[in-house]
Ligand binder design. Sequence first.
Ligand code: N01
Length: 533
Amino acid sequence: MNLTRSQFDAIVVGAGIAGLYMLHRLREAGLSSLVLERGHGVGGTWYWNRYPGARCDVESLEYSYSFCEELQQEWNWSERYSGQPEILDYINHVAQSFDLLKDVKFGTSVLQATFDDTTSQWIVETDQGDRFTALFLIMATGCLSSTNTPEIEGRDSFKGNTYHTGNWPHHEVDFGGQRVGIVGTGSSAIQAIPHIASGCESLTVFQRTPNFSVPARNGSISKSYESRVKANYSEFRARNRLMPAALGSTFIGNNQSALDASAEEQQLEFAKRWKIGGFGFLGAFNDLTINKESNDVAAEFARERIRETVEDPATAEVLCPDSVIGCKRLCLDTNYFETYNLPHVDLIDIRRNPVERVTRTGIQCQDSKYELDSIIFATGFDAMTGTLLRINITGSSGLTLQEAWKAGPQTFLGLAVNGFPNMFLISGPGSPSVLTNMIVSIEQHVEWIEKCIGYVLENQHSAIQADEEAQDDWVQHVNLLASRTLYPSCNSWYLGANIPGKPRVFMPHVGFPNYVAKCEEVRSLDYEGFTFS
Ligand code: N01
């Protein structure tokens, strides 16, 4: 882009699904806006996560923008769950259709953003030596955008290639004839493992915690289903927005406790949903995420499927999670457990045989050594706060975000932070974000922020910020909601438990769609809980 100005009404950080829609809305509202993006293309998550097998776990007809009827009619998805290349094509199509690229500066990381109390402007500085100012700063930096690579002794001494699933090369990686090791068995690994196994000499999987996974049952979208949805797309979207997690297609809830069903009824309900595939499994009964006894039945059903799929009983047991199903993000897979039946695929239980160090030629565990040509870290992200805290954000009176969040993230509605006027977060901690269809949450946040900015300007305020009291109440409310569920019972990234030293706080808000009603209430009460200056 050819920048001839350095002063904007708004600066948006990130050109993923959130940042692009924010730019579109700001532009429609007549505001001058600039998007700063660290990558060299749009797409955010879908730009970086190019590992083999990367695929969305929300159905394609739902995982797309709803704001433009023409757009949702003209785009045709090919599969029930879209692969990364198709989603990235779609995002590029949107960026081009709405002529968004001209306001995005690519290859530019924001290093710091500082609020100037005297001018009520944000000063944004980048690694390209830029210095921009704007009245509003909108962080569209994504929930899973800072990769986590564990500090294993000797990691940098490995002479083969290392990869991270969240920062995969932009060229084809050929593992032909190679001995490949993969560390981690989360959603990314569970998708990548069958693909990598099919193209390498041997694959060694280093598993710390086994994960639950439900079959995705991916396949091409039936044209008749697509036509039915498209005939009434806005109704389909409206219905999904009222669902828990904003997921419609297969998440048909069952308003019955597992404990009120007979053992036979339980098995039938689980089996029906297992056959359909997808997250609908967790909707089999209404108490699977809040009642341990009910959850145990679902968990055992899923473990039985592992035992019947994996031929070697010892391997099957190592793959069986002993935790709550759905406590960590439930994985969806295609042939994940089947892959362990292949003769060249080995599973190492690093809870029993811990990794000691990476050597020049492989991985040394306590009891055994593995010679490898490539190592893949599928070790996840410093989720929800990682990217925000890596940027030096300084709000009013010199308060830094690192200080404000040292005991864990504090926000009002996940949208704003006390002490940081005119800064908005899209899908920030304290909002439902990762517990929903992200695009539904993103659209809701973007539209709320755009209206809020309009209100500030129309009323000739120079700044808006969340009140401390409203924020404290919100943080308490988010914690209370989480404490009524089984979510806090495992070491998930929702809690920051995957990052050594990160405060253990359950970050997302469990309560879509009530959350949306709360945001609307705040807006209708002239932004109750915010102060204007
Ligand atoms: O990351 P993860 P991910 N030594 O954090 C292990 C979304 N997503 O990239 O469980 C050894 O889930 C770690 O072990 P443990 C989705 O929301 C969606 O897979 O901490 N192992 C775990 O096994 C998902 O939840 C899609 O004991 C270490 C793994 O690495 C989120 O992204 C696809 C380790 C990390 O799993 C993140 O998924 C992909 C260490 N020091 C991702 N540190 C879809 O839409 C970590 N691990 C389908």
